[in-house]
Design a binder for this molecule. Structure first.
Ligand SMILES: Cc1cc2nc3c(=O)[nH]c(=O)nc-3n(C[C@H](O)[C@H](O)[C@H](O)COP(=O)(O)OP(=O)(O)OC[C@H]3O[C@@H](n4cnc5c(N)ncnc54)[C@H](O)[C@@H]3O)c2cc1C
Length: 491
């Protein structure tokens, strides 16, 4: 089929599909092309209050009430019981040392919501991305899946031409959005340079979804450890097992499968080449994980464990006069702090505004320049907030204290009216950016002092005073003993 549209979107992950839905609802003619077909396995599943507030705001602003139930676990389960998810009440961290039993002092729980009903969710991305894709179809978006195509461009027009025998489609548009994630189809077509060398985080991941993973709560109970101080059930969370050379995430879905992955600091370890070798190396070194995964089997994807190369990447440009890249295409740091879904939704929010039909060309060009600079700058801030965690290892207390910079940024945003302000994670707040830089110097001092107890204590005391302007929820209050209930987002 041949079609001419206002906006062509490459990639139908939740980001591309949601943007297509909003633009179609706003009266734009939109086409979406994906090289795969739904439903398909995808990673990046853990939402946050900031992500949910942004999705909720988009639902209201663009009159898309069907999106609204997806912003809270309770309404999701009532309205979309067939779309798989899991409850995420907050962030749980458990510190482990190689070949040692788990020490109950090494726990940190940071609440993100006050009840299951109002909680965030882990999205089973195969279901969620498919749902957004179907919603966009209902709104009249032209969709091509499992596509093989060639992208052509001139100064005024983009063309995507099917390269399959019989030529399935030929789509033209004056504007293209690159929502292809790490593939960066438009970035590659335009030859946009990357600046990944500026990023400090250097990690790789091995991951899959598993059956028969023993819940952390049960593991603690088996070891005779009490969980009555936990502000929420510790498995209804983004669970982090903090190790000597990286960490593991565990996200439990309601069908009792668990998304689990090791993220390893490539600056510390030279990794084996096979995903199973890396997996076994990590599981076998930590008795807690060895027991948790003793009977575990890969449930998804069908071809077993997936492994990434270096996760980090960053482009030099995220938009031009007739194109834009969603944040996860412009760059990526890693799963730590669950920033991916929220940042993608920020990108969707900004591009939805920029691509509204009534905006003048001059304003659009100015906003696109601003979008590009902001997106790249925010990815660099995420890099700083993530890298310090790896630098802190193998000290669990130092790791936890560094995380408080992220929690200060995000909770201070969540306390605002719709929780989704304009800048992601206070990126345009010069004072906060200065604190992140200063904190890294202070962290370095603690590292150089051997991450000793006294050095960690000095860092913590310095950080508590320094983040005070953004800390409205009692972060680093020693009386909490690592159990934070007041961090829950309002509502
Ligand atoms: C290991 C890992 C763990 C993560 N964990 C989290 C987490 O816990 N929480 C969180 O918030 N974020 C997480 N993220 C980030 C999250 O995955 C991304 O933010 C999210 O997937 C972005 O969605 P998207 O729709 O922009 O892109 P994607 O989900 O990457 O979708 C890209 C789409 O483009 C299609 N495509 C690719 N190439 C082409 C092409 N050439 N032409 C057409 N289509 C193409 C693909 O088939 C896919 O459908 C994680 C990421 C990784 C790598």
């Amino acid at each position: 089929m041949t079609g001419s549209v206002d906006v062509l979107i490459l990639g139908s992950g939740f980001g591309g599909s949601l943007l297509s839905l909003i633009l179609a609802k706003s009266g734009r003619r939109v086409a979406v092309i994906d090289r795969e077909s739904h439903p398909r396995f995808a990673i990046g599943e853990s939402s946050t209050p900031l992500a949910d507030a942004t999705l909720s705001m988009l639902a209201e602003r663009y009159d898309l009430p069907d999106l609204k139930p997806l912003t809270k676990y309770g309404t999701w389960k009532r309205e979309f019981p067939e779309v798989m998810c899991g409850a995420k009440r907050g962030f749980s961290y458990f510190g482990h040392k190689p070949q040692q039993a788990f020490d109950e002092a090494h726990q940190l729980l940071v609440a993100a919501s006050t009840s299951n009903d109002s909680s965030d969710t882990h999205w089973l991305r195969s279901d969620m991305d498919h749902l957004f894709f179907q919603m966009a179809e209902t709104e009249g978006v032209l969709q091509f899946q499992n596509a093989q195509y060639e992208l052509l461009s001139s100064d005024s027009q983009w063309q995507a031409v099917s390269t399959r025998d019989g030529g399935e489609f030929h789509v033209t548009a004056p504007f293209v959005v690159d929502a292809t994630g790490g593939s960066g189809a438009v970035l590659r077509h335009l030859g946009v340079a990357n600046q990944t060398e500026l990023l400090k985080t250097n990690s790789a991941a091995v991951f899959a979804h598993f059956q028969n993973v023993v819940p952390v709560e049960q593991m603690l109970s088996n070891a005779g450890l009490a969980t009555n101080r936990h502000p929420f059930p510790c498995d209804s969370a983004a669970v982090h097992h903090v190790l000597d050379d990286g960490w593991m995430w565990q996200l439990r879905f309601d069908d009792d499968t668990v998304s689990a992955g090791f993220v390893v600091d490539r600056n510390r370890v030279s990794l084996p080449t096979l995903p199973m070798e890396i997996w076994e190396r990590q599981v076998q070194r930590f008795p807690f994980l060895r027991a948790q995964f003793a009977d575990a089997k890969v449930a998804r994807p069908a071809d077993g464990l997936r492994m990434s190369g270096r996760l980090q990447r960053l482009t030099t440009q995220a938009a031009g006069h007739n194109w834009a890249a969603l944040p996860n295409t412009a760059g990526f740091i890693g799963p730590l702090h669950s920033t991916g879904i929220a940042h993608t939704l920020f990108g969707v929010k900004r591009l939805a505004h920029i691509l509204q039909p009534d905006l003048s060309t001059t304003s659009r060009h100015r906003f696109l320049e601003d979008y590009s600079a902001r997106t790249i700058d925010e990815i660099r801030l995420i890099d700083a907030l993530v890298e310090g965690c790896y630098a802190a290892l193998p000290s669990f207390p130092l790791w936890c204290d560094w995380c408080m910079l992220y929690f200060a940024a995000v909770t201070s945003m969540e306390q605002t009216a719709d929780g989704s302000g304009e800048a992601f994670l206070r990126a345009t707040d010069k004072d906060f950016r200065r604190v992140v830089l200063d904190a890294r110097s202070q962290l370095q001092l603690a590292i150089e002092e051997g991450r000793s107890e006294s050095a960690c204590r000095r860092f913590r005391d310095w950080l508590r005073i320094t983040i005070a302007p953004w800390n409205h929820v009692g972060l680093l209050d020693d009386r909490c003993e690592g159990m934070y209930a007041k961090t829950a987002a309002p509502g």
